[in-house]
Design a protein around this ligand. Structure first.
Ligand SMILES: O=c1[nH]cnc2c1ncn2[C@@H]1O[C@H](CO)[C@@H](O)[C@H]1O
Ligand SMILES: [Zn+2]
Length: 329
């Protein structure tokens, strides 16, 4: 049932959503040495363990997929396959995010990296009934210069595949100020802004992401439940939350799933959306996430429809695509 529902995904990392057998296949083609060439072993290495205690531990799972995302062919293939996987569960629109700076080991430029991912998306759009766009992630634990190069390199692709800028990686308290000038510049160029915040650190980071960086959407944001000022700012400014339940359980952003605040936020008219974060690392798809919420909370078809409509309004897509998405529900 759930699999057939039309879906929208606004928060999905490309490097966290690579098929295990594709990691093996590309490694074989490109003579890359892996710790194992057995699919189950690779899955164990890429998927987060059940006893994961933090976001930082979760983030260690990305090294392996990134080893095979260093050529044009590899990048195009993983982007194509992500749309193929999403289309198979009736995702109609997906915003894919990745950090270009993680893909330069084979000598590719940031522009070549971005173009390759867009090529993969375009190829899938021709075959499947799905559309996609790219969000460029800058890494918070790396330099401002890297972030600047990401913004500058993506500029020529704006509204031709690239729609927004993001900050991802480990979350320190007060990270926003370091990136203010580069995100301001990106906004000036026409990038939309979504920022990971309030996941492994406090609601103050959500306030900073909105006030200092101009974020229209927040990745996760669950910690606003513990900080009234952050909560009110999100609510009163219609800032969209890209919520990712399984990922939040795994990284311990939330201690007890019974307390997962998605439904509370939703009932209080906060603009929530439902996403996977990382399909392979978290070992889930969007169907699983919808089931997780509807199995554990009072959440019916009408609520799902509302979230789908929230997601349309929150996409960084053009008006024509938004109208196309409205016809599915
Ligand atoms: O939930 C998350 N919070 C913060 N950073 C993340 C999360 N998931 C993935 N990444 C980081 O984003 C990079 C680019 O896709 C990944 O390599 C990972 O380091
Ligand atoms: Zn994320």
């Amino acid at each position: 049932m759930t699999k057939k529902l039309p879906k929208i995904e606004l928060h999905c990392h490309l490097d966290g959503s690579v098929r295990a057998n594709t990691i093996i296949d590309i490694a074989k083609n490109e003579n890359i040495t892996l710790p194992s060439f057995d699919e189950n072993e690779i899955k164990k290495l890429v998927q987060v363990p059940e006893d994961c205690t933090s976001l930082n531990e979760y983030l260690k799972r990305f090294d392996l997929p990134n080893m095979i995302m260093q050529t044009k062919e590899g990048l195009e293939r993983v982007a194509f396959e992500l749309l193929e996987d999403a289309a198979s569960e009736n995702v109609k629109y997906i915003e894919i995010r990745f950090a270009p700076q993680l893909h330069t080991q084979g000598g590719l430029s940031f522009k070549e990296i971005i173009q390759s991912v867009i090529n993969g998306i375009n190829k899938a759009e021709k075959i499947y009934d799905i559309r996609g766009n790219v969000i460029l992630s800058c890494l918070r634990h790396m330099s401002v210069e890297d972030a600047d190069l990401t913004v500058e390199s993506g500029k020529e692709f704006l509204n031709k595949g690239v729609v927004a800028i993001d900050l991802a990686g480990p979350e320190e308290e007060g990270f926003a100020v370091k990136f203010k000038s580069v995100i301001d510049k990106a906004r000036g160029y026409g990038y939309k802004v979504t920022i990971h915040a309030g996941e492994a650190a406090s609601g103050q980071n959500v306030i900073d992401a909105i006030k200092l960086l101009g974020a229209q959407r927040i990745g996760h944001g669950v910690r606003i439940k513990d900080m009234k000022e952050a909560y009110d700012l999100v609510k009163n400014n219609n800032v969209v939350l890209e919520m990712c339940p399984t990922s939040n359980i795994q990284t311990k952003a939330i201690e007890d799933f019974k307390q997962y605040p998605l439904l509370d936020f939703y009932k209080d008219d906060i603009k929530v959306t439902l996403n996977t974060d990382n399909r392979t690392v978290s070992n889930i798809d969007l169907t699983d996430e919808i089931n997780l919420i509807s199995d554990n909370f009072k959440f019916n078809n009408k609520d799902y429809k509302k979230i789908y409509l929230n997601s349309i309004d929150a996409t960084f897509a053009d008006e024509e695509t938004k109208a196309w998405l409205r016809a599915f529900i």
